[in-house]
Design a protein around this ligand. Structure first.
Ligand SMILES: [Zn+2]
Length: 232
């Protein structure tokens, strides 16, 4: 069983730069361990007024991004580094910095390789100094591939180190799933009681206490539903 928390529009409206934080004391939203000094982050969009007739431009009357953050312990945070590095919290923690570094290195390697192949194409004309540069196309390709390979190697090594740390503290650890967050497209901007966001958590007791504390509606669910009207 899981718990589905329904969060009204009043909680997510005008949240640019101010994350919506779900917490229950200092315990982890997944495994219940304390302390929970890290966050699981979801990047969401608050949307009102779907414009079905638009051809281009704004698809919604209001569309603004915000972040949902749930408290997690260090072990669950580290397990995200292994399973969902692209979804890591964008904070000042060591793992978040490492993740950003790898992301940049992947982009740089890809860019260098792409520049090399671009030099091979007729888009770069054979005139003047470009003629000489075009003959050196292998250089950025080799550099790019080298950067990609070293990044892959280093990332694998670092992931093994983090896995060893997790298993050292919790033998037989199995990563628990992230919360599911679904945003609703609202029809009425003025009605702030409408449900704008629903979150499904597997840690029932944690979710219930959190919802009660904030006076949000919640319900027990056996399995997350597939509802095509929901987005995000
Ligand atoms: Zn945890």
């Amino acid at each position: 069983m899981s718990v589905r928390i329904l969060i009204p529009a009043s909680e997510v409206k005008n949240r640019q730069g101010i994350p919506l934080i779900l917490e229950n004391g200092n315990s982890c939203s997944r495994c219940g361990q304390s302390p929970a000094d890290f966050f699981e982050t979801h990047r969401l969009i608050y949307r009102v007024g779907f414009r079905s007739t638009h051809l281009y431009g704004k698809k919604y009357k209001i569309s603004s991004g915000y972040q949902l953050k749930l408290k997690v312990c260090e072990t669950c945070f580290q397990s995200d580094f292994l399973t969902h590095p692209e979804l890591m919290d964008d904070d000042k923690s060591h793992l978040a910095r490492i993740t950003r570094f790898y992301s940049m290195a992947w982009s740089l390697g890809g860019l260098l390789a792409a520049v090399g192949f671009l030099l091979l194409t007729p888009f770069i004309p054979q005139i003047g100094v470009l003629k000489v540069i075009k003959t050196l196309w292998q250089l950025p390709v080799i550099l790019g591939v080298l950067v990609l390979f070293l990044t892959w190697l280093s990332q694998r090594k670092y992931q093994s180190k983090v896995l060893r740390e997790i298993e050292g503290r919790n033998p037989g650890f199995r990563p628990l799933p992230r919360a599911e967050a679904h945003t609703y497209v609202l029809s009425d901007e003025e009605d702030l009681t409408l449900t704008a966001l629903e979150i499904v958590l597997i840690n029932e007791s944690w979710a219930e206490v959190c919802a009660q504390k904030n006076q949000w509606k919640y319900e027990l669910v056996s399995k997350p539903e597939d509802d095509t009207q929901k987005k995000g």
